[in-house]
Design a protein around this ligand. Structure first.
Ligand code: FE2
Length: 209
């Protein structure tokens, strides 16, 4: 049985052909993507299938990012919601007056969702326990295909790299303030304490091309 864990740039990788229980498998810390949370990608049986397991605390949400279509996410634990919007609406769609085009969708254990091509998406855990998602897609490091392309900012490191550094990820400081405002409300409604780190928003323009 293969069982090798290693780092590829920022991403924690796991070469394995057997995951005994994805509900409890260890995930490594991934502060570049989610405060206090973890993400481990797995590549199985030397083929082009890849996936990841992500776990993050109650009262925490991910940084929004985009990539091509094809990732399918299964919710294993906790409940919360996602925001998704086409990148053409910009980094701050609510502030841009396009908030009515942002899709907000609730999730709970057993939910399955799949962000469309080039849509920013973020996963928010307003539920009472650590959230866990399992994602499956094509395009392993060994056998690359789909989801990334080499010529644009949507390359392999794009979703883990800030827009300001040529990637496709919105840092907390750059995000639309409406995201946190609503999140705090949702947490309060559920009697969940927000554990988000304090934020000072940047107001120098950030253009998505
Ligand atoms: Fe994603």
């Amino acid at each position: 049985m293969s069982d090798r864990r290693y780092k590829a740039t920022r991403t924690s990788m796991w070469d394995t052909n057997f995951i005994a229980d994805a509900r409890v498998a260890t995930v490594e810390s991934a502060p570049y993507k989610v405060a206090e949370g973890g993400i481990t990608c797995f590549e199985m049986a030397d083929n082009s299938l890849i996936g990841h397991i992500s776990e993050w605390p109650s009262g925490i949400y991910h940084k929004a990012h985009y990539h091509a279509a094809g990732a399918i996410l299964l919710v294993v634990r906790s409940h919360g919601y996602i925001y998704m919007w086409p990148k053409e609406l910009g980094v701050r769609p609510f502030q841009n007056g396009k908030g009515d085009q942002v899709v907000k969708c609730n999730w709970k254990p057993g939910s399955i969702y799949s962000p469309p091509d080039g849509w920013f998406h973020t996963h928010l855990n307003s539920g009472p326990e650590p959230a866990r998602h399992i994602a499956l897609r094509l395009g392993s490091r060994k056998n690359p295909t789909t989801i990334h392309d080499a010529s644009t900012r949507n390359n392999r490191e794009g979703p883990t790299t800030s827009l300001r550094e040529g990637g496709t990820l919105i840092e907390y400081e750059d995000e639309d303030p409406e995201i946190r405002r609503v999140f705090l409300e949702e947490c309060k409604k559920n009697k969940v304490e927000s554990r988000m780190p304090p934020i000072t928003y940047r107001n120098d323009p950030l253009i998505v091309d």
